[in-house]
Design a protein around this ligand. Structure first.
Ligand code: ADP
Ligand code: GN1
Ligand code: MG
Length: 392
């Protein structure tokens, strides 16, 4: 019996038979047993395309089996205190579950259901200190990497807007800051400047135009943080990582079903959640498309998301927040580009990469999108205004 094999599609599959315990990934196998899945799992395979955690799909039953659980190793380089991450997640998902049940919804499909270990702990720590957590796979859901039609994006706007509303009265003071100053763009700029100064991998000479782009936008980095500090933009409970593949859609209806990747739920700006979705989804190409000719900011998609988001979140937002939505889009795109470029300079220690210029390519797409947003600034403002006036 092989312990690790490849399917016809070329995917790596780990057998979880007890007889082969310890051969391939002892920590993964231990985690499965800790969540009472070791005896029943038929196989496990790497899953999804997140940049941070190690995610695996767990299949139960004979033959092809049924995808039933998702198990993840939390990245401790990024999340230094997994205990606090899991406290946030259990707090928020239990809160959401109660609200969904109270309105007669299906709590097993509309929020993630994290399970505890045999010992009742929120996560399992493996022999190397790696924290593992596990949740039920939501049947008949799909996760998409790029919008197929504007309708997809409209639906994701509605879902992320509704998510903001759901958590409107969540006790923000109970949330841990799982990554310090996560969307403090001024700090992201300082981190970039430090990385550039140190240039430990001698890569600065390979990204001069991108560096110049960041430097030319240095003043923008303070705009939203200044408004927050002046009390002109409110802190809310936000998701902080609202890209399209952090939402599950209903396989049959195409409607947004469940928001996932709850690691960064923290007090933050609504503009950041809105903006991060636009950054990722309102592009004609992948986030890491190397051919910049293919990368454009798509106003039609921008409009679709804006419509959906304002339909659900609009009545909760202040006039100032609505006015600054285009800034949210531009800032999150700029900030993400700065983060990719910083990681490139630092030797790719944060985001998962497949090749040495991966982060540089990602930074380039973000800066291209920022430039095109700037070129369409008035139109963006007009679209936001249109749906700000019609939201219910
Ligand atoms: P990361 O922080 O690494 O992005 P995520 O929790 O977002 O971790 O999971 C990574 C990816 O795994 C998701 O973007 C998605 O592609 C996939 N994924 C996770 N959970 C599910 C699920 N229940 N259904 C479908 N795909 C999922
Ligand atoms: C990461 O975890 P994932 O892949 O959903 C990152 C986001 C970035 C995004 C860029 C915790 O998101 O902040 O915007 O990559 N998450 C964290 O694709 O840093
Ligand atoms: Mg994710």
């Amino acid at each position: 019996m092989e312990t690790c094999s490849r399917t016809e599609a070329g995917e790596t599959v780990y057998s979880t038979r007890r007889s082969i315990l310890g051969v391939e990934d002892r920590n993964l196998e231990d985690a499965l047993f800790a969540f009472k899945l070791g005896e029943v799992a038929s196989y496990v395979k790497p899953f999804g395309s997140g940049h941070i955690n190690d995610t695996y799909a767990v299949y139960l039953g004979d033959g092809a089996g049924t995808l039933s659980y998702v198990i993840q190793r939390i990245n401790t380089e990024v999340f230094k205190k997994p205990q606090e991450v899991m406290e946030n997640i259990f707090g928020v998902t239990e809160y959401l579950r109660a609200r969904i049940l109270a309105r007669g919804g299906d709590a097993d499909r509309e929020t993630l259901n994290y399970i505890k270990t045999k010992t009742g702990a929120p996560y399992f720590e493996d022999a190397d200190g790696g924290p593992w957590r596990c949740y039920n796979y939501i049947p008949d859901s799909v996760c998409i990497e790029s919008v197929r039609t504007p309708k997809d994006f409209y639906n994701s706007g509605k879902s992320f807007g509704a998510f903001l509303r759901e958590l409107e009265n969540y006790p923000a003071e109970t949330l841990h800051e799982t990554i310090e100053k996560f969307h403090d763009t001024r700090k992201r700029l300082r981190d970039f400047e430090t990385a550039l100064e140190r240039d430990v991998w001698d890569r600065a000479r390979t990204c001069k135009p991108e560096t110049a782009f960041v430097q030319a936008h240095a003043r923008d980095c303070a705009v939203l943080m200044d408004l927050l500090e002046q009390g002109r933009l409110p802190l809310r409970v936000t998701h902080n990582d609202t890209k399209l593949n952090n939402i599950l859609f209903d396989k049959d209806t195409g409607e947004g079903l469940c928001v996932i990747d709850l690691d960064t739920i923290m007090p933050g700006l609504a503009l950041n959640d809105y903006g991060d979705s636009i950054r990722f989804g309102a592009s004609t190409a992948r986030e890491d498309e190397p051919d910049l000719e293919k990368v454009h900011f798509d106003l039609e998609l921008f409009e679709a998301y804006t419509k959906g988001y304002l339909e659900t979140a609009g009545s909760a937002l202040t006039d100032m927040e609505k006015e600054y939505l285009p800034w949210g889009a531009k800032m999150m795109t700029l900030e993400c580009g700065i983060r990719f470029l910083t990681d490139y300079l630092q030797g790719d220690t944060y985001f998962k990469v497949t090749h040495s210029t991966h982060n540089l390519e990602r930074a380039r797409t973000q800066f291209k999108l920022v430039s095109e947003m700037e070129a369409h600034w008035e139109e963006m403002g007009a679209i936001v205004k249109k749906y700000s006036m019609t939201e219910g």
